[in-house]
Design a binder for this molecule. Sequence first.
Ligand code: ARG
Length: 578
Amino acid sequence: MACFFRRRAAAQLSRVCGAHEDVFIPLLSAAPVSKKQLTPVLRLSVNSLVKKGVLPPDADLQTQTQRLAKQLKEDGVVEEVIPGRGVIHFRINRLLLAQKLLEQLHSDPEGFGRNSELLGKAGGRRTLVEFSSPNIAKKFHAGHLRSTIIGNFISNLKAALGNEVLRVNYLGDWGMQFGLLGAGFQRLGSQEKLRENPLQHLYEVYVQVNREAELDEGVRLAAAEFFRRLEQGDGEALKLWRHFREITVDEYRTIYERLGVYFDHFSGESFHQSKTQEVLQELRSRGLLRTTEEGTEVVDLSTSGNQSSFATLVRSDGTSLYITRDIAAALERRETFGFDEMIYVTDKSQSHHFQQLFQILKAMGHHWADRCVHVTFGLVLGMSSRLGNVVLLEDVLNEARRRMLHNMKEAKTSKELTDPELTAEQIGVSALIIQDFKGPLIADYKFDWEKVLQSQGDTGVFLQYTHARLCSLLRSQGGGDQTVFDASHLLDDRSISILQHLLRFDEVLLQSASDLQPRHLVNFLLTLSHLAASALRELQVKGSDEGVAQARLRLFSGTRSVLGSGMRILGIRPVERM
Ligand code: ARG
């Protein structure tokens, strides 16, 4: 709804400066709420007009600001035009702000912010997001958990902005580790343990056989032999491999469900096995692949052609590598899904890998490689479980639920819940997500159970708590009268600061969509929750005059829907009671 006000200011600017209204829309932003700043204001940096070529670059900025402010007129919507230091402030009429904003929130709560004209260019594409992508048998580390929640957020955000999103899980289900695992399982594995606790058992076997392989040449040879059999399509070897894959995927599905994450495709490295030969053939025919003295085949990626930087695509025994399969996967996806953009989410240790991948795709003449993005993130320190620094996702989820359930029992405010375990789980997961999303994704952070689950302060628990309180208020008042609503009861500073903040929702979504960082949205929702908490304290509904009560309920209902909608984009399921 910021649109309505931005349009009015833009129309004025267009009249004075000559350029089309649309030029000004993205340059106008709602001022963040602060103690000093309690009037609803749109801001425009005069320098941005110079950058856009609307104003000449040579003149003094301050003089230009003053002159422009004088020429702009006040009207019923923009009540005052105030020049600042290189900025122009458009003060908006409070009554109109409350009316317009809450009307739109009421008629289209889900579309609020998302349908803003500001976001026009962020939608309408087909986006493939590849995320989570754990390895079968190898450890599921905190990085996979991060990839899972970050990829889910990016998918939700892209979908919310009107893109067609394809969620792909690219399992590490091929490669030399299956040689080790296959060879190892034949000696060390137990079908019974595999049934009982597949992920853990496969991992134990894998660790054991890895240890042996370090000391024993024989084990290494057996592993290489097993992998070669796999690549050549040996039925026995494939049968075992398929079994490992199936039980692992089943297990993961259950866990993803608990996290509230789903995939459109469970693909994997093995899917693209057959295509790799074709890809290699193409690379050879283009003269991009060279055989080295050791018998490996490499692509030269150096600018000078001296192989100072290269990628190995074929081992000396003829088997493929991780990057070989990634090239094949990218090409097949492009053929099958015809995506406009593709986003890969993994930790920063794989930056080099993706750089090389994109470079090779481009060398093959695929210009769409420019629309492939690698979203990276840092390490989580100190997250551990039964197997040491290996994270069993299940353990993390169980621990979050256990601790949350305990906290809820202690809290005096807790409500009677039909399914306390489920509520505890959903809140626990939100807490993990917010802690992870608060800072820049590239930063490492230290994991701390105590901090994660605090109900005060900037946590996921606090967001859930605020959401539940708003729901409880609306429930107890029967949701409020949906027809009557007099915005003149919402002109106090508390109400206006919430409305002013809501005005920023579309800008924040745009910011997160531009750099694919969740923290803008997280901070927005945390501030919204703080504002809502003060409003809940100070703006009484019960006992107020009918008109006042109804207007406040409208405000709280709008606040709740933006909070809920933002939380869902982050991948959090808002609870209605806690
Ligand atoms: N399975 C890989 C790992 O755990 C991540 C896969 C990332 N995606 C890709 N297309 N390479 O390290």
